[in-house]
Design a binder for this molecule. Structure first.
Ligand SMILES: Cc1cc2nc3c(=O)[nH]c(=O)nc-3n(C[C@H](O)[C@H](O)[C@H](O)COP(=O)(O)OP(=O)(O)OC[C@H]3O[C@@H](n4cnc5c(N)ncnc54)[C@H](O)[C@@H]3O)c2cc1C
Length: 502
């Protein structure tokens, strides 16, 4: 496994294809360092003996110890550990750990490439090629990102109906040695600090959309791919540093006549498998969310409790109710993820068929619970900000800049007039409000909220998944029986029916 330093050194050798604010930048540009330190935590923590069980795994391909972020889940224990590792690491950086898109994309393609080959009766070698790619990904301890979201153009039109044929990434040309792709994936987190970019479809696809059923992996600096990056750093600190400064980046990945050799292509034209791949990545990613969002809830809870304490209102009834609300949302999200892990199987929900065996035997989290957890916690994001705003009062919006605290002419006066709770040092109170300003009132705080709301799919996407997969009909039959209507069935939800249909 690599160290954080080896990871950064590897990025420093990559070609320049990152465009930021009108110029080309290096991957190790100072602006990227907060993000690199954030992902770097996944290397630092995996190297600690006490974290070996949680943050590493044994590869089922090579038998070697690997970073869990490169692992394919072999059983329910792996699913539990992925969730717990995500929560632990997100706590350590105070937000998104940034590395889960790679493991989620990897697990999705691992299963889908197997099924596509099976259906193609040996005419394709997607899965064998993917396994070769994966063995290197694991052995070299690479960081992957996952590029799913297309620009999508007119939201009411399907891919093949769009006036711009490249509104979804598509196969433009098929050659003997590979494919040429065109299009743009957007909002792609940590692509600017990733070794490998995994690309897969964003939605269900019809026969007419087959050229959009494409999955592949290329290095982040691959010829024919440009990255236009947005970098979300916290406000600069000169005098009063934070304990840890998290950073994040997102890229528009523009594929312009980009050639991808067959050994890096894992799906090319199988529309049904393309849709399954979109669904599976979303599912794995929503399961990751049941680790990261509870960790963000841990941070939000700590902030809310401290804000109440600094204001000396922590013993009041309304504060207790708000803290309880944050705890309930976080832990229900965690519990949903825990259940999704526990009920995980090598199965996928197929509309009309229910849960069917899927893939070469690796484990997939239970879809209803992964979606329920993601939706519940995603929808709570802005309400949690409202709670922080309520408890803290207006201070975060107008808190003086740090240089005014460092200035001898104003510093002491500001400490005197910003101090609230007599039992907490004024300097700590000021440091706390600066941090809450980062979360509640800064550009990066705002971006984090949008990401936490939409990342992994907007709440409407989870609601669609839940209502199309949940057995609502049997609930209707049960109620018909209890109400004495015709067509009722008392056994509609018997344990056996529940187990099969859920
Ligand atoms: C910070 C951040 C990081 C992200 N990271 C990644 C990443 O690493 N990889 C990745 O692949 N994606 C990533 N995403 C993308 C994320 O998954 C999407 O933002 C999300 O799926 C919503 O898609 P969209 O932004 O295109 O919104 P839109 O699809 O434009 O949705 C806007 C609204 O339109 C509605 N809508 C859309 N289509 C229809 C329709 N056909 N009928 C009716 N209503 C419709 C939606 O429900 C929603 O209410 C990230 C997003 C953010 C904000």
């Amino acid at each position: 496994m690599r160290s954080k330093e080896q990871y950064i050194e590897g990025l420093s050798r990559m070609k320049r294809n990152l465009y930021f604010d009108g110029r080309l930048i290096d991957r190790t540009d100072e602006l990227q360092m907060d993000c690199l330190n954030t992902i770097g935590t996944t290397f630092d923590e995996a190297a600690k003996p006490e974290n070996q069980d949680l943050c590493t795994a044994i590869s089922h391909l090579t038998g070697r110890r690997i970073n869990r972020f490169t692992h394919v889940h072999q059983n329910t224990d792996d699913l539990h550990k992925k969730q717990d590792m995500t929560r632990m690491l997100c706590q350590k950086v105070g937000g998104c750990i940034q590395r889960c898109m790679g493991i989620d994309g990897t697990n999705a393609i691992y299963n889908v490439s197997y099924e596509a080959d099976k259906q193609n009766n040996g005419a394709t070698e997607y899965h064998e090629n993917f396994k070769k790619w994966l063995a290197r990904f694991q052995t070299e301890d690479l960081v992957g990102c996952c590029a799913q979201t297309d620009v999508k153009g007119d939201r009411m039109l399907r891919p093949a109906e769009q006036p711009n044929p490249s509104a979804y990434v598509r196969i433009k040309e098929r050659r003997k040695d590979g494919i040429v792709v065109e299009g743009c994936k957007l909002h792609i987190s940590e692509a600017s600090v990733a070794d490998e970019v995994l690309v897969l479809p964003t939605r269900a696809l019809r026969k007419e959309d087959k050229d959009y059923a494409v999955a592949f992996a290329v290095p982040g600096d691959w010829d024919g791919m440009k990255q236009v990056v947005t970098i979300h750093n916290a406000r600069l600190r000169e005098h009063y540093p934070r304990g840890f400064t998290m950073g994040a980046t997102d890229s528009y990945l523009i594929f312009d006549n980009c050639f991808v050799p067959w050994e890096r292509v894992f799906l090319a034209g199988e529309n049904l498998h393309g849709g399954a791949c979109a669904l599976l990545f979303a599912l794995f990613h929503r399961h990751s969310y049941s680790g990261c969002k509870p960790a963000i809830g841990d941070v939000i809870l700590g902030i809310a409790a401290l804000a109440a304490e600094v204001n000396n209102i922590h013993k009041t009834e309304h504060v207790r109710a708000k803290l309880a609300e944050i705890i309930m949302t976080s832990e229900l999200g965690y519990a949903a993820g825990y259940t999704a892990s526990d009920l995980g199987r090598p199965e996928l929900y197929v509309p009309g068929l229910g849960f069917v065996p899927y893939g070469p035997g690796s484990y997939i989290p239970h879809s209803i619970y992964a979606n329920v957890g993601r939706c519940l916690t995603g929808e709570a994001v802005y309400h949690e900000s409202e709670i922080l705003c309520d408890i803290s009062g207006g201070v975060t919006a107008t808190f003086p800049h740090e240089k005014d605290f460092a200035n001898p002419e104003t510093g002491e006066l500001l400490l005197k007039y910003t101090k609230r709770n007599p039992n907490i040092p004024a300097e700590d109170q000021a440091q706390f409000w600066r941090f809450l300003g980062d979360i509640l009132c800064s550009a990066s705080g705002g971006i984090m909220n949008v990401g936490n709301y939409h990342g992994g799919g907007s709440p409407i996407m989870e609601q669609i998944a839940i209502t199309t997969q949940y057995d609502i009909e049997s609930r209707k039959k049960l109620v018909k029986y209890i109400a004495g209507m015709s067509g009722g069935d008392r056994e509609a939800l018997s344990p056996v029916a529940k187990k099969n249909g859920r």
